[in-house]
Design a protein around this ligand. Sequence first.
Ligand SMILES: C=C1C[C@]23C[C@H]1CC[C@H]2[C@]1(C)CCC[C@@](C)(C(=O)O)[C@H]1[C@@H]3C(=O)O
Ligand SMILES: O=C(O)CCC(=O)C(=O)O
Ligand SMILES: [Fe+2]
Length: 385
Amino acid sequence: MESISPSLLLTPPFQSKNGLNLVFDASLLQQQPNLPTQFLWPHEDTSYAAAADELNDPPVDLAGFFHGDRHLINSTAAQIRTACSNHGFFQVVNHGVDLALVRAAHQHMDAFFSLPLARKLAVGRQPGGLRGYSGAHADRFSSKLPWKETFSVTYKHAPAPAPAPALDVVNYIKRGVGQDFEESGYVLQRYCEAMHELSMAIFELLAISLGLERLQCREFFEGGCSVMRGNNYPPCKEAGLTLGTGPHSDPNALTLLHQDEVGGLVIFADNKWRAIRPCREAFVVNIGDTFMALCNGRYKSCLHRAVVNKERVRRSLVFFVNPNEDKVVRPPGRLLGPTAPARLYPDFTWSDLRDFTQNHYRADTRTLQHFVSWLSNKTQHYSLP
Ligand SMILES: C=C1C[C@]23C[C@H]1CC[C@H]2[C@]1(C)CCC[C@@](C)(C(=O)O)[C@H]1[C@@H]3C(=O)O
Ligand SMILES: O=C(O)CCC(=O)C(=O)O
Ligand SMILES: [Fe+2]
C-alpha cells in the first residue's frame, strides 16, 4: 500500500469489510510515479502475452447451419470439432446477430463506464454475486489486480409462450444505475437475447460435432442463468507490467466474446500464446471448464488472457453461458462406454463451481483441477491472492 496516495483509496461507505480498497480511477492511477504494486503481474504471465504471434485459424461460417444445408452443417461441425479438440477456441461469422446491436451495446457500456465513480459504486457487485460494477476486483483481491473495470448483468431466457417477456436486465439497470439508463437496459436486454440465440445454435453444432443428438446440449443449457459483462480496459503507460485479465479458462460452459478494434485477447493454442486479431463481424467462442467436464475432456477449455494497450482504451463484451444452477454436469452415456476413456471429473452442479470461483478460489488456468479436489474435501482451505 505504501506506493498509493490516500486519494486513491476508497472511503466509507464504499470500503469493503477487509479494510482499505483501491479506487480504480485509471487517470488518477496513471499520475502515480510507478504502477501501484497491486497491479503488477509476474513476469512469466506478462512476457509471453506481449510476444504472441497471431493465430490464423479461419473463422467458422454459420451461414450453412442457418440455411439448414446438411452437407455444410456437417463440415461446420467438423471444423468446430478440430478447433475444440485442439484449443477450445474458434470465431464465428455470419452468425445472424445484427452488427448495429453489437455497436449499440458497446456504446451503452461506454456510457456506463463514463459515469462518475460514485454512481458506478452504487451498483457495485455484492460479495459472492455475479452482477454489478467492479473496479479492478479490488474489493475481492489484493494483488495481481486486473487493469480493468467491469459491469455485469444476469440474464435468464424466457421461452416463447411466456405470458410477458422477462425484462430482468432492463429492470436491474433502471433500479441499480438509474432511470436515465433505461434505454441502455433495453439495448443490453436485446443483446443478451441475441447472445442466447447464438449460443443455442452453437450448442446444436457442438452436439453434432460430438456425435450426440442435435438438441442434446441445447436442451441441457435451456433455462440456465447467463452473465453478460462489459470489460473496460483503460490505457496503461506500463502496459507490459500488468494484465487486463490474467491467464485463465472460463469456469462456465461457453463464452461468446466481442472485442473492439484495439485488440488484446491472447489464447493458448498449439503450445504457444497467440494473439487474436480483432474482427468486427466475428464473435469469439471459448469452451469453458463446465463444457470440458460435460464432454469428459474431449474438448479443451480455452486458456486465454487479455493485455492492455499503452495509448488506447480497449473494450470487450462477454456473454458467459451456464447451465441451470442445479443441473448435474455429467457426460452423456454416448461419450462414455467401453471404448471411451473413463470419467475424468466427478458429477457437480454449476452452483458448486460458481460458489468455488466466487468464494474460495480465484479463477485461473487450473480452476477445474482445484475444484475437483475441493469438491472431494470441502474443508480444504484456499486463500485468495
Ligand atoms: C464465474 C465467473 C467468474 C468470472 C466471471 C464468470 C466467468 C469468468 C470468470 C473470470 C472472468 C475468469 C478470470 C478471472 C475473473 C476474476 C475476472 O478477471 O473477472 C473471473 C470472473 C469473476 O470471478 O468475477
Ligand atoms: O476482454 C477479453 O478479451 C477477455 C476477457 C475474458 O477473458 C473474460 O472476461 O473472461
Ligand atoms: Fe475469459
